[in-house]
Ligand binder design. Structure first.
Ligand SMILES: Nc1ncnc2c1ncn2[C@@H]1O[C@H](COP(=O)(O)OP(=O)(O)OP(=O)(O)O)[C@@H](O)[C@H]1O
Length: 639
């Protein structure tokens, strides 16, 4: 077993002092704080802002200057705002809304960028189409992308204005996709002196949290802005490469950081007991060799690995046994209570099967390019059901007319002012809405026989909501014509650029068709899962959070694939040639990704940690983990 070093709680205090020196309004300096889980990065961010406000806040305010704080998700932005307090000196926003705010008035430049970029994309698509095999899924997708890009270029032949919603789906020719907004901002930062001047003057300091997941093109643009404005503009990056989850992030960020930047170091883990810190170090060792120290006032902590057969018939009851056993081992009765334990899975199918949304999940998971969006809930075709239909059904069921109208006002084309003004029934302009909502309820959305397709058809017929591009082929033409989102498909493709995406998979049309035939009622538990409201946490959702008792479940039996193969990670199954190549090249294969996810989940534990593995070969797994020295023999239990 790896021994763990300890150090006093103030061991890393020098890092905060270094950051304080960088946040100097007279000479802002860039810095890079990359440190392991629980090392207090978020706390350092808060300390930095508090310290800055005390020392320089008043003068900075008088000059109209601010420190921009950028996060990855709205939840993270809220979390920081809560910790630091709302203050106009420190506008906190997600990367997407930050970018949009800075480009939203540049309509003609955006148009020029699209007119320059889209023809190149089109040429590329045509070339690939000529070279590629006809009749394959990829060929079909390319054909659709060619058609939509061509339509968009035609639309761009007149001067246009653009829209964008950082928090939602972007429908229509005039709306930009999430990835376009990031790319356009990066391009403008590189090429537009006015944009550079505004950024540098208004935000002499830009702090980016979770920067391991920040879009790489954009980061590179910020780097070049900092390099050209040394002494006037600085960036502070907070993050941890080991906790990179999204594929958009920069895999080799550390290499980009110039020598002139400060590099505050934090090595002490303030969150977890010694045994958990040691396990984190073992998981991390092959990636970058960074290891953490535990606090000298920390508990020893308890970690257990429970090994069970993947054919275990009743997994929930086995997991209750695990919790009971942990309660005894830790002398902590709260382990017995499911609500007091955070259960985390690496494998989404398992959560899907237990929470009752397996069919819809599996249907869409057939297309590997949808897989990232499926796991984060960010596919427009799904959000139609989870964010539009489901809240409407819930409000209508509860006979809460106010909520129905508020929801429709925010989301439905039926309630846009122009639609109401043009209503064919001026005496009762809301009649179409009532008809639509009643038709939806008449379908009995809770019934296991009501499919997504029947709900979709109803939505389209009554024009309750716009139909995202991916679903338009499944509804009558005139209904689908309400929305033409030329970017939606391209976006979904872009979300998953990993190597597994090149594996042959059924066409996305096929995946959507299969999905539409599954029961609509699965949408609600799915939405709970991806938004992290259910009892099972997603690894994306728990990044940055901490829980006293953590139960990590590893189950390849339902995994349908190699994305999260923990049996290989543990050494219980041999690596494939591709895996070996990734490991040798230090590139990002499934094994590395699994390792990072395991690291993120295990390092959430503040007191004790249990891992349950379901495996085809319990003996091999036990032998492998003991051989790897991840666990002591008395920490491994066969169930
Ligand atoms: N110097 C400190 N003294 C006491 N507690 C601390 C200190 N720094 C951090 N902590 C506590 O340790 C825990 C982890 O801190 P924080 O969330 O800031 O870490 P992090 O590096 O952002 O973690 P992660 O990357 O895992 O999300 C929190 O409970 C925090 O309050």
């Amino acid at each position: 077993m790896v021994e763990i070093e300890t150090a006093p709680p103030d061991f890393d205090d020098g890092a905060d002092a270094t950051i304080r020196e960088c946040l100097n309004p007279a000479a802002p300096k860039s810095f890079f704080l990359y440190a392991g889980a629980g090392s207090g990065k978020t706390r350092s961010l808060k300390n930095a802002l508090d310290g800055f406000r005390d020392a320089h806040g008043a003068a900075f305010r008088r000059l109209g200057k601010k420190i921009a704080v950028i996060t990855y998700t709205n939840a993270a932005a809220d979390e920081i705002a809560e910790r630091v307090g709302q203050d106009s000196l420190f506008p906190i926003s997600t990367i997407h809304s930050f970018c949009w705010r800075h480009i939203e008035t540049y309509h003609s430049d955006i148009q020029a960028w699209l007119l320059e970029t889209l023809p190149a994309n089109l040429t590329d698509l045509h070339e690939k189409q000529t070279k590629g095999r006809a009749g394959t899924k990829a060929a079909l997708d390319r054909e659709r992308a060619i058609a939509s890009t061509t339509r968009r270029l035609e639309w761009l032949s007149l001067p246009r204005r653009f829209t964008y919603n950082p928090n939602g789906d972007n429908f229509g020719q005039d709306s930009l996709s999430h990835s376009e907004v990031l790319k356009i901002t990066a391009a403008f930062i590189e090429t537009k002196p006015s944009m550079r001047t505004v950024l540098v003057n208004k935000y002499p300091l830009l702090l980016i949290d979770e920067s391991q997941d920040t879009n790489k093109t954009l980061l590179e643009a910020f780097f070049s802005l900092a390099a050209a404005n040394q002494g006037k503009f600085g960036i502070g990056l907070f993050g941890d490469t080991m906790q990179r989850i999204f594929l958009d992030g920069h895999p080799e960020l550390e290499r980009l950081v110039p020598d002139s930047w400060a590099r505050p170091v934090k090595r002490l883990n303030h969150r977890s007991p010694q045994r958990v810190v040691a396990l984190g170090n073992v998981l991390r060792a092959p990636i970058d060799g960074q290891y953490q120290l535990a606090r000298d006032d920390s508990d020893a902590g308890i970690v257990r690995l429970f090994v069970a057969s993947s054919t275990t018939p009743d997994k929930p009851s086995l997991e209750q046994r695990v919790r009971d056993r942990m309660a005894d081992l830790c002398g902590d009765p709260e382990w017995r209570d499911e609500a007091e334990v955070k259960t985390l899975t690496l494998e989404h199918h398992m959560a899907a099967s237990r929470r009752g949304f397996l069919e819809m999940f599996q249907a869409l998971d057939r297309d590997s390019r949808l897989s990232t969006g499926l796991r984060t809930g960010e596919i427009a075709g799904l959000r139609l059901f989870t964010e539009r239909v489901a809240p409407l059904v819930a409000a209508a069921r509860a006979k809460d007319e106010f909520a129905v109208m508020a929801h429709l006002r925010a989301t439905s084309p039926l309630l846009q002012r122009s639609a109401v003004a043009q209503s064919t029934n001026p005496d009762d302009p809301l009649l179409p809405i009532r008809l639509g909502v009643n038709a939806l309820l008449a379908l009995n959305p809770d019934s296991p026989t009501t499919t997504f397709l029947s709900i979709l058809e109803c939505v389209a017929e009554h024009r309750l909501f716009e139909i995202p591009a991916a679903l338009q082929p499944f509804v009558a033409d005139e209904a689908g014509a309400a929305a033409t989102d030329v970017e939606a498909i391209a976006d979904e493709e872009e979300m998953d650029t990993d190597e597994e995406a090149t594996e042959p998979s059924p066409a996305s049309l096929e995946a959507w068709r299969a999905f539409l035939e599954t029961p609509y009622r699965q949408a609600v538990p799915y939405a709970e899962y991806v938004s992290d409201r259910g009892p099972f946490g997603t690894h994306q959702g728990v990044k940055g959070l901490e829980f006293e008792r953590v139960l990590v479940i590893l189950d390849d039996s339902d995994a349908r694939g190699f994305l999260f193969s923990y049996e290989k990670l543990f050494g219980a199954k041999p690596l494939s040639d591709t895996d070996r190549k990734h490991v040798a090249d230090a590139t990002d294969g499934g094994i590395t990704r699994t390792r990072r996810l395991l690291y993120v989940t295990c390092t959430r534990a503040e007191k004790s940690l249990a891992l349950v593995t379901y495996t085809e070969d319990p003996d091999a797994l036990v032998a492998a983990v003991l051989r790897n020295e991840w666990f002591d023999p008395d920490e491994v239990e066969r169930l």
